[in-house]
Design a protein around this ligand. Sequence first.
Ligand SMILES: Nc1ncnc2c1ncn2[C@@H]1O[C@H](COP(=O)(O)OP(=O)(O)OP(=O)(O)O)[C@@H](O)[C@H]1O
Ligand SMILES: [Mg+2]
Length: 217
Amino acid sequence: MSEGLFITFEGPDGSGKTTQIQRLKALLEERGIEAVLTREPGGTPIGEKIREIILDRENGEMDSLTEAFLYASSRAQHVAQVIKPALEAGKTVICDRFTDSSIVYQGYGRGLGDRVRVINQIAVQGLEPDVTFFLKLPPQTGKDRIKAEEQDRMELEKIEFHNEVFHGYEELERMEPERFIAVDAARSIDEVAGEIRLHMCRLLEKAESEMKTERQE
Ligand SMILES: Nc1ncnc2c1ncn2[C@@H]1O[C@H](COP(=O)(O)OP(=O)(O)OP(=O)(O)O)[C@@H](O)[C@H]1O
Ligand SMILES: [Mg+2]
């Protein structure tokens, strides 16, 4: 059974993930590929309820481990109910944030370290993205793009926390250069979209030639 491509987007708040996901969806549609768009935390009715608890500005007392488990719970539901079934049906899935966000926000930002990876390995049943676009932007620049009154509990964290998160992203970039593709997100929307387009075209060609080889065998 053919499996669809699983694409995720990562990066600081305001780095342009939502904007670029819309552009990528349009690009894929031009090529006759219908993409399922989804996001974390959330992506399912149960996940949306968990998202509200996580992002509620009144939940300032939340313990870091509680936060990590809530994200992982939301993700478990998301994988089981949405992502896995779509991929198994051969659809392409684009997800706004995935396990990498937990690794950097809770693992690096909150200092929970490798425990976050362990919790999430259980939650996702071994599922990993085929490719991840890391929209690389200094956290302060992203923050400046978002209006103060629109910032949620995570976004309200002080800049030191966001710098630690950014450092986590850079570590992922160093450790997994094949999957985790950094794109300079300080440029214009069109320039960023252009670079993502180049990477995607290369990936689609590779996937097509692999399928041809499989058919010939
Ligand atoms: N390359 C860019 N240059 C300048 N502004 C941008 C760029 N990309 C996006 N923006 C603007 O910055 C704001 C945040 O963009 P967007 O919502 O896509 O980011 P995001 O990563 O999804 O943020 P969040 O993590 O808060 O969901 C929007 O107002 C968007 O129009
Ligand atoms: Mg967004």
